[in-house]
Write a protein that binds this ligand. Structure first.
Ligand code: IPM
Ligand code: MG
Length: 360
């Protein structure tokens, strides 16, 4: 099979971790007889430095022409980087929001699971962590507060900022369908998270989710208020299978969920539209403080590449080969610094990539 993949190395540790993911993908291609073609595009700070904008139309066109996009991370230190002196629409994050919208990537899948080998890194009490957990946050990604009209005006000599939160039935329905579809392939449970005791958009969300649920009698649906969900994530994360939620709530809850795993350097994510196309990236950020030191954990990006093989290319066996390589390397005791524990073997970013290639 011929795979046409666009890579966005991006900023911070992005170029290092994408390099390792490419290496692993090449190894998979060699083993299973595929041909991978990689094309790099610039986004975020890397694009600002060259083009003055975080994402060019040309880069969007290149991404659109590919089968899938593999991204590292974008952005720098918000306190010190000159990128953050620019107006908001020219900052690195604007590139990410632009590509999400341009490619219609409305479904953001963020798995958060406790790796048994890394259970010691879980910050929760042992009585909670020993139950284990494996959830997937299905976050709506192209609507809500992120893309509503916003402005700052002056009223009676006072500044006033306005952000708007809107959702149409259709926007809710299509993400709900994605959530129920994936729950069917997992443990058949959807927890839809909203703030229906306050927000109209949440009341519509709940109504549409209930309508969609009728087509999935085999999937259990429950509704949970977002503040309660934030609490339940640390109290009893094992109760969750698929968490279905809107853009802003999903942004916040997915950071919380990844943190309770204790190993954010391991968590992958996918952003999908209604075709096979997807953008795949690690759940973590660009970690500018450790960039260029060859100590970053490339596993989240490598597992994102595995998600790409599975969701965009239907190459389940190849994806599993990567997942098994990760498990095996962990079992052998190799760890990057972020997941290091006593008695293990500490390795750098390149070395971790090499070990995974060897396994494959
Ligand atoms: C994320 C990030 C982005 C978001 C930022 C960088 C705009 O936090 O992917 O979760 O808020 O969506
Ligand atoms: Mg976020």
């Amino acid at each position: 099979m011929k795979l046409n993949i666009v890579c966005i190395p991006g900023d911070g540790i992005g170029p290092e971790i994408v390099r390792e993911a490419k290496k692993v993908l090449e190894a998979v291609a060699k083993k299973y007889g595929h041909e991978m073609q990689f094309t790099d595009i610039l986004m975020g700070g890397a694009s600002i430095d060259v083009h003055g904008v975080p994402l060019t139309e040309e880069a969007i066109a290149t991404a659109k022409a590919a089968d899938a996009v593999l991204m590292g991370s974008i952005g720098g230190d918000t306190n010190t980087s000159p990128w953050y002196k620019l107006e908001p629409s020219l900052r690195p994050e604007a590139g990410l929001l632009k590509i999400r919208k341009a490619l219609n990537l409305f479904a953001n899948l963020r798995p958060a699971l406790l790796y048994p080998e890394l259970a010691g890194a879980c910050p929760l009490k042992e009585e909670i962590s020993q139950k284990g957990f494996d959830m997937l946050i299905m976050r709506e990604l192209t609507g809500g507060l992120y893309f509503g009209e916003r402005k700052t005006i002056e009223e009676n000599g006072m500044l006033k900022a306005i952000d708007t939160l809107t959702y149409t039935e259709e926007e809710i329905r299509r993400i709900a369908i994605k959530g129920f579809d994936i729950a069917r392939k997992r443990r058949q449970k959807v927890t839809s998270v909203d703030k229906a005791n306050v927000l109209d958009s949440s009341r519509l969300w709940r109504k549409v989710v209930n309508e969609v649920a009728k087509d999935y009698p085999d999937v259990t649906v429950e509704h949970m208020l977002v503040d309660n969900c934030a609490m339940q994530l640390v109290k009893d994360p094992a109760q969750f299978d698929v968490i279905l939620t809107e853009n802003m709530f999903g942004d916040i809850l997915s950071d919380e969920a990844s943190m309770v795993t204790g190993s954010i350097g391991m968590l992958a994510s996918a952003s999908l539209n209604d075709t096979k196309f997807g953008l795949y990236e690690p759940s973590h950020g660009s970690a500018p403080d450790i960039a260029g030191k060859d100590i970053a954990n490339p596993i989240a990006t490598i597992l994102s590449a595995a998600m790409m093989l599975k969701y965009t290319f239907d190459l389940d066996e190849e994806a599993t080969a990567i997942e098994n390589a990760v498990k095996s390397v962990l079992k052998k005791g190799y760890r990057t610094i972020d997941i290091m524990s006593e008695g293990c073997n500490q390795v750098g970013c390149t070395q971790m990539g090499d070990l995974l290639v060897e396994e494959i």
